[in-house]
Design a protein around this ligand. Structure first.
Ligand code: FMN
Length: 250
């Protein structure tokens, strides 16, 4: 029998405001996330808008505990290696302000790169490399114009290409948000993470990622203890005041 789609009962604004990044999950043994629930999350993700409707995304869902642990460990090793080098460089440079910041916050901060080692599930969000065909042509043409502008000593507009070049990343990001919201509507916590992408090469090998894709972000996920949409909205993460981030032009 098909499970009931819980989202039908939740209004969209409550869901958007209630969603939080969740970093601890119930185990798969006692509280499994069903294939149906996972498919609902991916279904929501694939209905995100994408530039030229290229749908430049690919999703890998890992249920294998050993593999999740291995991925977390490569992330831990990578971040620790980077910062141990950085620490010794800073010591030799006598760069006290940087050193203080590192010593104060680093140990806690870097846990955010690999806290998911015991997570029951892990999602990998990948983006197709190289852009879609239409954007590729457009970008090539614009690069030519930019080149001519530079040749003619006109002012180079560095922003001209940026929006287009980011189109696929933006598209996958929108899919990721749909994934997180659909998860939350089913009592499933997620935490989008870009920290682990420092170990992209290692992770790509571990999951046999297709060559024409690159990892954009990960998200561990799992059922949330005592899940209650109304309660979770009260533990709201701080947000900037609307007046500080909004300009209306009449
Ligand atoms: C692009 C992106 C990257 C993030 N990377 C990490 C990460 O590497 N580790 C982590 O613990 N949280 C990560 N987060 C989660 C943020 O810390 C979180 O969204 C933010 O603090 C706001 O809290 P909320 O999601 O509960 O509203 C990331 C979020 C986004 C959108």
């Amino acid at each position: 029998m098909q499970e009931i789609n819980k989202l039908e009962k939740i209004d969209i604004k409550t869901l958007i405001k209630a969603r939080r990044s969740v970093r601890s999950y119930l185990t798969a043994d006692t509280h499994p996330v069903s294939d149906y629930e996972i498919e609902e999350m991916i279904d929501a993700a694939r209905f995100a808008p994408s530039a030229s409707n290229a749908q430049p995304w690919y999703f890998i869902i890992i249920k294998n505990q050993e593999l999740i642990k291995k991925i977390a460990i490569v992330c831990k090793e990578k971040i620790e290696k980077i910062f141990s080098n950085n620490n010794s460089n800073n010591c030799s440079n006598n760069n006290t302000s940087n050193k203080d910041i590192l010593n104060l916050n680093l140990k806690d901060y870097i846990k955010n790169f690999y806290f998911f080692k015991d997570a029951p599930y892990l999602a990998i969000f990948a983006e197709k490399k190289g852009g879609n065909a239409f954007l590729k042509i457009l970008i090539r043409e614009l690069e030519q114009i930019e080149h001519e502008q530079v040749e003619n000593k006109q002012i180079k507009n560095e922003n001209l290409l940026r929006g287009l070049m980011n189109s696929d990343t933006i598209s996958v990001s929108m899919a990721m948000q749909n994934f997180c919201l659909m998860a939350y509507s089913q009592g499933i916590g997620t935490c989008i993470m870009t920290g682990p992408t420092l170990a992209n090469d290692e992770i790509s090998k571990l999951v046999n990622l297709k060559n024409d894709y690159q990892i954009l972000a990960l998200s561990p996920f799992g059922k949330i203890e005592n899940f209650n949409l109304n309660l979770s909205s009260k533990v709201s993460a701080k947000r900037r005041d609307i007046n500080k981030i909004l300009q209306i032009i009449k």
